[in-house]
Design a protein around this ligand. Structure first.
Ligand SMILES: [Zn+2]
Length: 412
């Protein structure tokens, strides 16, 4: 009798939500197993255990009825009744089937079929953000947090406030479903080229205004300073200009990639400064000018002491050797581009990708938002060696930078 009972109980718990991690069904199973055990004691003529077995059996039924009633009520009210202590979550995550293969998607189609509901997306973000231990965004409490059975809501054990995985992230206060967010993140982070807000609005069926705001929130996610490394070993530093008239530029700064076609000629040129570690990361910054007082602090802030810094002959770099860096110069004015391993080709490659992206896909970007675009291109460059899925996950992990409100974005 014991095996059929366990099988039936397991079947019921699996069928209810496909997840046998609810406290009450587990308790019911325990009752039925106990009923079996006591009944078997009777078989051994030890004592008359039938009444006790019956009590266990009925208790199991009462518990499972309470469970189903609560499920029905929750659906009706749109609320929850069962708090789920997270230690059960950890235990059961070992035997859960529904999330086991969720990491394995290798295309947009697979992503869309895997993450087809809000709760699946929520659960996935929760795992990337918190691992197995949700943290309350209201009071930063690391203790007991209850997860609701709908996989969307959580409740803090300390401040008793309710929250979703969106709170404290770039998804907060967004009316766009997470399923669309996931598609957008995939298009943004996994591809080698940027996606425009017009294209994205058509791809995931939202307005262009929403798409523009969404993309800016993703750029905001890529810009977190905690995720940036200090550059070391051999570092190239260089400045460039976006927009503006070619003939006004210093000879060594003239664009080798066909100028500024497609870029609005009315926009003043914008200076951008970048430092890149060879075989490492790039940090790019919009700067008001390219004077020494502007560029030198950025190098000091981003590059480790005693690193080798390679630049062109621009006067702003002349003092670098006095700043505990080994400084090497390539003289572009003398038509020198590579002398041994002294060159600035790495940073210039980044500039060419940046310019192709900004002129070709965005066509136009105001100085106000330029830094955000630079962060986007740097993010893509800095994570070029990991897989598209890893870039997707990384952006989810970095989504906890907080909200970026539309009114902040359009503020003059
Ligand atoms: Zn709290």
């Amino acid at each position: 009798m014991i095996f059929p009972t366990i099988l039936v109980a397991m079947f019921i718990t699996y069928r209810t939500r496909g997840m046998p991690h609810h406290f009450l069904p587990n308790l019911a199973v325990l009752c039925w197993i106990s009923a079996n055990s006591t009944w078997m004691l009777h078989d051994f003529y030890l004592w008359d255990s039938k009444p006790m077995a019956l009590v266990f059996f009925i208790a199991g039924f009462v518990i499972i009825s309470v469970y189903f009633t609560s499920l029905l009520m929750r659906k009706k009210k749109g609320n929850y009744i069962l708090d789920r202590p997270n230690f059960l979550l950890i235990f059961v995550s070992l035997i859960r089937k529904d999330m086991k293969n969720i990491d394995e998607f290798s295309s947009l189609v697979e992503l869309l079929t895997t993450f087809n509901t809000e709760d699946k997306c929520s659960l996935y973000i929760a795992r990337k953000r918190w691992g197995n231990k949700p943290i309350c965004p209201h009071c930063e409490y690391h203790g007991k947090v209850y997860a609701f059975a709908d996989n969307i809501y959580y409740k803090c054990g300390a401040c008793r406030k309710k929250f979703t995985v969106r709170v404290g992230t770039i998804f907060e206060d967004s009316k766009i479903p997470l399923t669309k967010w996931f598609a957008a993140i995939y298009l943004f982070a996994s591809r080698t080229k940027p996606v425009s807000s017009l294209q994205l609005s058509k791809d995931i069926k939202i307005t262009q205004k929403s798409a523009w705001h969404l993309l800016h929130r993703l750029r905001y996610g890529t810009s977190h300073p905690d995720y940036k490394k200090t550059l070391k070993n051999t570092v190239e530093a260089d400045e460039t200009y976006l927009g503006g008239k070619e003939k006004n530029k210093h000879l060594s700064k003239r664009d080798k990639f066909g100028g500024y076609t497609g870029f609005s000629a009315n926009i003043d040129k914008a200076a951008v400064f970048g430092v890149v570690e060879r075989k490492g990361e790039v940090h790019a910054k919009y700067v008001v000018d390219t004077k020494r007082e502007t560029l030198e602090p950025i190098i000091i802030q981003n590059v480790k002491e005693f690193a080798r810094v390679i630049t062109d002959e621009w006067y702003a770099y002349h003092n670098l050797k006095n700043q505990s860096f080994q400084h090497a110069t390539i003289k572009h004015a003398l038509k020198q581009y590579v002398v041994g391993d002294i060159h600035t080709n790495t940073i210039e490659n980044f500039w060419s990708v940046l310019k192709r992206g900004i002129y070709g896909i965005y066509h136009f970007t105001s100085k106000k938002h330029l830094q955000a675009y630079l962060e986007e291109f740097a993010y893509r460059y800095n994570h070029r060696l990991i897989t598209p899925n890893e870039r997707f996950d990384l952006l989810l992990k970095q989504s906890n930078v907080g909200r970026l409100e539309y009114k902040t974005l359009i503020k003059k």
